[in-house]
Design a protein around this ligand. Structure first.
Ligand SMILES: [Zn+2]
Length: 254
């Protein structure tokens, strides 16, 4: 079993005198910081303070902080795992306690289901079961990467759609793939990355169905399959992933 870090954040309700002490501690940190760096930094910039493991304890609905005392805390959900550090923060006038904890990641139960994932520009990801996933943050990243790539390609003039697609996937999806691989490992799942070349130009029956980048629909004249382009790609990706992997839970990804 591997270990992962999680953060649990709770509202703190310090009394007026406790607020003064906390602000004083922020100020002290500021002075110490200024000792190492000979330039002036505004005191107001320091809005968080980290406590070592011995500097705090939870006592009922209070958080005991060294030199501050018992501060009311709203534990709206239980803390899981082993607490490693505490950071007290002030954000927009509100006080928070952020506990960084270490948790054992428990592999999920065996699952015979497999899914193919096709990442694209129309939808952030299309799964082999036909569902489409939008992730606004990653999608925006991909979109801005696309704009940059388009400018580069426009400058080069002779740029191909292959080069464009590569720039986009490299810049926009690498963070997503890294996160997915990490999540899959923690959950005891297998992530298989496959070479997506040809998956948008082939039918499930094996026939070649050439499409330009703007053609979003797959229409096979051999077997009659008519479906969204990315959905067909995701199914081909799944097939590729399974062919590369021993028969157990696999996630094929391109
Ligand atoms: Zn076909």
């Amino acid at each position: 079993m591997s270990k992962t870090r999680k953060t649990f954040k709770y509202r703190l309700y310090p009394r007026r005198n406790q607020t003064v002490i906390l602000e004083g501690q922020f100020g002290l940190c500021c002075e110490l910081y200024n000792a190492g760096f000979p330039r002036f930094r505004a005191r107001a910039r320091y809005h968080s303070l980290s406590y070592p493991q011995l500097g705090f304890a939870i006592e009922g609905d209070h958080l005991k902080l060294s030199k501050v005392g018992l501060v009311k805390i709203k534990l709206h959900r239980p803390i899981e795992g082993q607490i490693k550090t505490l950071t007290v923060k002030r954000e927009a006038g509100k006080w928070y306690a952020c506990f960084s904890v270490e948790v054992e990641s428990v592999p999920m139960a065996y699952c015979s289901e497999n899914v193919g994932v096709d990442v694209g520009l129309t939808h952030f990801a299309t799964l082999s079961d036909g569902s489409e996933i939008e992730n606004p943050r990653h999608y925006r990243m991909a979109q801005s990467a696309l704009r940059i790539a388009q400018r580069k390609v426009a400058r080069r003039k002779k740029g191909s759609h292959g080069m464009l697609a590569k720039s986009v996937s490299d810049a926009g999806w690498s963070a997503f793939i890294a996160k997915l691989a990490y999540k899959a490992e923690n959950a005891g799942r297998v992530l298989v990355k496959v070479d997506p070349r040809g998956t948008s130009q082939t039918c499930l029956c094996g026939a070649s169905v050439p499409k330009t980048l703007s053609q979003r629909w797959h229409e096979c004249s051999v077997c009659g399959l008519s479906a969204p382009r990315d959905h067909v790609s995701a199914q081909l990706i799944l097939r590729l992933g399974l062919s590369l992997q021993a028969p157990r839970a696999a996630v094929a990804f391109a």
